[in-house]
Design a protein around this ligand. Structure first.
Ligand SMILES: O=C(O)COP(=O)(O)O
Ligand SMILES: [Mg+2]
Length: 225
């Protein structure tokens, strides 16, 4: 085995990548809908709305329920007051903590680039005791732009003191794959997240379905030092 691998900055998406948060997002959406006496949406519906951030989530909820678009701002505000504490139904995907530990031990700098707002992002990472593993955390409201715009991912790599081309981005969705192309960074696709497109139709460098395999995958792709 090659033991002379250079540190490889690795940036992770969050929802559908490190955590299965759709059950909490679903419950929180339905709690807001209940206040407005609107019938609940299914978990599959809400899961399919995740990836572009809270504003887009609620544009999709409004379209699916027939609510007034004028209510968007108030619905988002109402959702956000509840989103911060929404952790009871969220789970880390299997072997995530172990994989992050292995990567950190091998000296790979780690960051988060998510379209989830920064407050709930830090809260859920803290809930799972892994917030300290990430040197940089870019949320959906950290910058004016969101993924697939390259600005957030560039900012995450800049926070690690790295060029995107020297690192890797790990994500689950079409937003992540497009952002990786726009940022010119190799993309590792986690296949058990929230994507709607078949694996073979998504631009990616490699894919994996178990975090137990991620450290080896990253070391294969890391430049030799
Ligand atoms: O909040 C969302 O819609 C998506 O978040 P993600 O970028 O972590 O997948
Ligand atoms: Mg995601």
């Amino acid at each position: 085995m090659n033991t002379c691998l250079a540190p490889c900055p690795v940036v992770f998406d969050l929802d559908g990548t490190l955590i299965d948060s759709a059950p909490d997002i679903h419950a929180t959406v339905n709690a807001v809908l209940r206040l407005h006496r609107v019938p609940p949406l299914t978990l599959d519906q809400v899961r399919s709305f995740i990836g572009g951030g809270v504003d887009l989530l609620w544009r999709r909820v409004i379209a699916a329920t027939g609510m007034s678009v004028d209510a968007h701002r108030d619905l988002v505000a109402s959702f956000m007051t509840r989103y911060h504490d929404a952790s009871a139904l969220t789970r880390l995907y299997p072997n995530v903590t172990e994989a992050l530990g292995v990567l950190a031990d091998r000296g790979h700098p780690l960051a988060i680039c998510t379209n989830k707002p920064l407050g709930p992002t830090k809260a859920i990472l803290g809930h799972f005791g892994i917030v300290g593993m990430f040197a940089t955390i870019i949320g959906g409201d950290s910058l004016p732009q969101k993924k697939p715009d390259p600005a957030p991912l560039r900012a995450a790599f800049a926070g690690l003191g790295s060029d995107p081309q020297a690192g890797l981005y790990v994500g689950d969705s079409e937003f992540d794959a497009e952002c990786a192309v726009n940022t010119d960074v190799p993309f590792l696709l986690y296949t058990r997240g929230y994507r709607k497109t078949p694996i073979e139709q998504m631009r990616h460098s490699a894919n994996f379905d178990d975090y137990a395999h991620l450290p080896a995958l990253i070391d294969q792709r890391a430049p030799v030092g």
